[in-house]
Ligand binder design. Structure first.
Ligand SMILES: [Zn+2]
Length: 260
């Protein structure tokens, strides 16, 4: 047996627990005789994670469910294997259901052909679809489901008291989850999700990558301003709403202005 190292009451994060980086953050929420996992990560760490959970003396049969924060391969490649191993139902947003069921290589980010990235993405069924306002119970706890699209259309966050398991919305250094048209990023929605987190009275953000950190409104403000800027910049191509330089150029062309 190994000693449990909760990061907060009722919450263990498996990288913190292991004392090394296994992959994306894997949160184990537990109460009474039930526990639930939020994300599982890559397939090749599933057995190690399950073994850690067993050694922490959680009965494997008491797994209430396996939650996908969204359909990206680095969060869910191991989901099919974990579902089979733990015989537990999967949870996720309806917009994640199809890419997961069909192993959609583009939407799950399993294939980035231009970079020679070809990862397996085993097909997996979502047994329970959850959406904004739903609650997932674990023992006597209630996880409040937030739909926070932006990074992907299916991105979920989960509130537990003063904690927000905040997915790929924002990390401790102010970076955000990848913005890429191919996997359903939406910059305007991203700004709204970040503003919602900013406006909330949660005290801690438990992201899907990297260290847990205190909610910092100054950091959120800087990040919101940066991401909002992308709406009017060429940096993320078709994710932008417009590109004012093209309006300026139209005018300059019409005026007959030459390079000066
Ligand atoms: Zn991610």
């Amino acid at each position: 047996m190994i000693k449990r190292k909760p990061v907060f009451p009722n919450v263990i994060e498996l990288n913190y627990q292991a004392g090394e980086r296994l992959g994306c953050n894997v949160y184990l929420v537990f109460d009474r005789n039930e526990w639930l996992l939020i994300d599982i990560g890559f397939e090749d760490t599933v057995e190690e994670i399950v073994e850690l959970i067993r050694q922490m003396d959680f009965p494997l049969s008491a797994c209430k469910g396996l939650v996908a924060t969204h359909a990206d391969v680095d969060h869910v490649q191991g989901l099919a294997k974990a579902r089979q191993l733990l015989k537990a139902p999967t949870y996720g947003h309806r917009l994640a259901a199809e890419p997961l069921a069909t192993s959609d290589p583009v939407k799950t980010y399993a294939q980035i052909a231009a970079q020679g990235i070809y990862l397996d993405m085993p097909s997996v069924k979502l047994d329970h679809l959850v959406d904004e306002g739903d609650r997932i119970t674990v023992g006597g706890l209630n996880l409040e489901v937030w739909h926070t699209p932006g990074h992907t259309d299916s991105q979920l966050s989960f509130r537990l008291g003063n904690l927000l398991l905040s997915g790929d919305n924002i990390y401790r250094d102010g970076c955000v989850g990848v913005i890429d048209a191919h996997h359903g990023s939406d910059i305007a929605a991203f700004v709204k999700s970040l503003e919602r987190i900013r406006a909330s009275d949660v005290e801690w953000l438990l992201p899907s990558h990297g260290p847990i950190f205190r909610k910092d409104n100054a950091l959120l403000d800087r990040t919101i301003e940066r991401v909002r800027g992308y709406l009017h910049m060429a940096d993320f191509g078709t994710c932008a709403a417009d590109w004012p330089l093209m309006r300026d150029w139209d005018r300059e062309l019409a005026e007959g202005r030459m390079p000066e």
